[in-house]
Design a binder for this molecule. Structure first.
Ligand SMILES: *[C@@H]1O[C@H](CO)[C@@H](O)[C@H](O)[C@H]1NC(C)=O
Ligand SMILES: *[C@@H]1O[C@H](CO)[C@@H](O)[C@H](O)[C@H]1NC(C)=O
Ligand SMILES: *[C@@H]1O[C@H](CO)[C@@H](O)[C@H](O)[C@H]1NC(C)=O
Ligand SMILES: CC(=O)N[C@H]1CO[C@H](CO)[C@@H](O)[C@@H]1O
Length: 525
């Protein structure tokens, strides 16, 4: 190819991508979800694309080619709203080993039904969104979590733009099958389950049952009800489960070094870490001073993230933390909303209202992280190479934690059975030299990639813009039925054939023995 052709191809290609009109639809109300995708949206804008973004979290100082539709006020935001005291006496099946685990994993999704349907109902009447849906777009970016309302809306408006699904964590039980990615429950733990990829027979039984139950739950509790809401306003629309198969690409906020190795397809791109910025902001002076004044033993960071209300921690549990932490040589910084502006210091523990988590994790004085297992915080700790104690509470946290343990960068401490001894032992391990060295090694492997996660997300989004609506990144597994995919029909034929042969052989042998016996009897007579 001549240099000139190259140049032209470059120009055409650049021009082509440069003019893309991008629609981003993010109707989830958790801030942490949006934080993952905003860097991609801003990067796409920086590359000259024309963005229209609908979300609950407007960007700060967006560029002129970044147009926003603000969902704020449509629904209550989930910021520091999760009340830990609700966990004290919930599920009545809790005491029954497997049943308790299965029911609580299904039940924890129930609040999402109300939220997703409530949002769907409001969105179908939200004029700014409906106005934006009239525009022409080259690609639509969607967050997928617990709703497919947007898919139905796009369908109702006859939008044929290709769709890029963004997952703020590892895939939900009902997402992999959309593009035909394998989620074989024998070694792919469900996002809600506390399993690593190595499961016992009973774990696999639980994992398999939940895999089936949650897919059907989603179909009947969410997709069918959302379809009903949409049809009230727009008339007949296609089945949302079918519409889900028309997406072109999935970006998942995970990376196998931290989240475990799972089968991925070309259409399932792991971009875990895309929200991390290499920029560092100066630390608040009082935190800086606290770090500076600490000894060489280092400091431990403790945060339950942006969604959990720390002060809802029952007093007796708070005391367990305080006792275990005050015995340490290390100092502790604890994110605790109910503290003074300048932090509340007691002994070696500084409680702060808010903390610049990633900046702190990268600070050389911070040696370990106590976390609830939120994926963003864990990704940050992984990037910074700091080992973690994980106290998973709900949602994907149990599986995030199990994967981190498998990777050797975390220790799980149960929230339900929290006590001073287990916590103290976990602290001892996590600040040990062995664990810190290993985590630092895994962190380097995690960071060693062909291309940065943000550039990767940009590349694949533009790939979809260039090649339009097509499913060339999917596998045909998505069109197979359950029995075809699990080869139950083939197994049936094999088992039938073998059994028939076996029966025939036994029958023949029996017959021959019979004839032989008759023969000898006749001879003897
Ligand atoms: C960019 O998007 C905005 C808002 O959706 C739209 O009004 C405008 O016409 C678009 N610009 C171009 C050049 O397509
Ligand atoms: C989904 O894709 C299939 C196959 O490409 C196509 O026949 C169908 O019309 C699409 N449905 C929608 C709603 O785009
Ligand atoms: C922290 O300590 C270093 C030297 O140990 C000193 O130069 C710096 O001014 C101190 N910063 C603060 C905020 O106390
Ligand atoms: C396409 C899609 O499923 N989008 C959904 C992703 O999750 C959010 C949060 O629940 C929904 O509101 C979106 O509609």
């Amino acid at each position: 190819m001549s240099r000139l052709t190259c140049y032209f191809i470059f120009v055409i290609h650049f021009y082509n991508v440069n003019t893309a009109n991008i629609l981003g639809l993010f109707s989830h109300t958790g801030k942490s979800h949006h934080m993952v995708f905003e860097p991609l949206l801003l990067k796409l804008a920086e590359r000259g694309h024309n963005l229209t973004v609908a979300s609950f979290f407007p960007a700060i100082n967006p560029p002129p080619n970044y147009h926003e539709i603000n969902f704020q006020g449509l629904y209550e935001l989930r910021l520091e709203s999760f009340d830990l005291s609700a966990l004290e006496n919930t599920n009545i099946f809790k005491k029954i080993p497997r049943l308790g685990s299965i029911t609580s994993q299904v039940l924890q999704f129930q609040p999402f039904v109300t939220a997703s349907l409530g949002i769907c109902e409001k969105l179908t009447h939200f004029a700014p969104l409906l106005e934006a849906l009239k525009g022409d777009y080259d690609v639509v970016l969607l967050e997928n979590f617990t709703s497919d309302c947007m898919l139905g809306l796009l369908y109702a408006y006859g939008k044929s733009a290709p769709i890029v699904y963004m997952l703020s964590g590892t895939p939900m039980p009902w997402t992999s099958e959309r593009i035909g990615a394998d989620d074989n429950p024998s070694y792919v733990p469900l996002i809600t389950a506390p399993f690593s990829s190595q499961m016992t027979l009973m774990d696999r039984l639980e994992n398999t049952l939940l895999n089936i139950i949650l897919k059907e739950w989603y179909y009947y509790e969410i997709q069918t009800k959302e379809k009903y809401i949409l049809e009230k306003k727009f008339g007949k629309i296609q089945d949302l489960r079918e519409l889900g198969k028309n997406i072109s690409l999935m970006l998942t906020n995970s990376y196998h070094t931290l989240n475990g190795v799972k089968p991925v397809l070309p259409g399932m791109v792991e971009v875990g870490g895309l929200h991390l910025s290499s920029k560092r902001e100066p630390l608040p002076p009082f935190i800086k001073k606290f770090l500076n004044d600490s000894s060489d033993d280092g400091v431990i960071l403790f945060s339950f993230g942006s969604h959990i209300k720390t002060k809802s921690l029952p007093k007796y549990k708070e005391q367990i933390f305080v006792h275990a932490l005050s015995k340490l040589k290390q100092r502790v910084i604890w994110k605790y909303e109910d503290s003074d502006e300048e932090g509340s210091l007691a002994g070696n523990i500084l409680r702060v209202k808010w903390l610049p988590q990633y900046d702190l994790l990268r600070h050389e004085k911070i040696i370990a992280f106590i976390s609830h297992g939120g994926l963003l915080g864990m990704t940050e700790a992984m990037a910074a190479g700091k080992p973690m104690i994980i106290i998973p509470i709900f949602g994907d946290q149990h599986s995030n934690a199990a994967a981190a343990v498998e990777a050797g960068v975390g220790i799980v401490v149960s929230y339900e059975d929290l006590n001073e001894d287990t916590l103290s032992n976990a602290l001892k391990t996590v600040i040990s030299d062995t664990m810190r060295k290993h985590t630092s090694l895994v962190s380097k492997i995690w960071a060693d990639r062909d291309i940065s996660p943000l550039d990767k997300a940009v590349f694949w989004t533009e790939h979809v813009i260039r090649w339009g609506k097509s499913t060339h990144l999917h596998s045909t597994a998505r069109n197979l039925t359950f029995y075809q995919l699990s080869l139950l029909d083939v197994a049936a034929i094999i088992i039938f054939t073998i059994t028939s042969l076996l029966i025939a052989t036994i029958y023949l042998i029996y017959k021959m023995i019979h004839i032989f016996k008759k023969d000898t009897k006749e001879k003897l007579l």
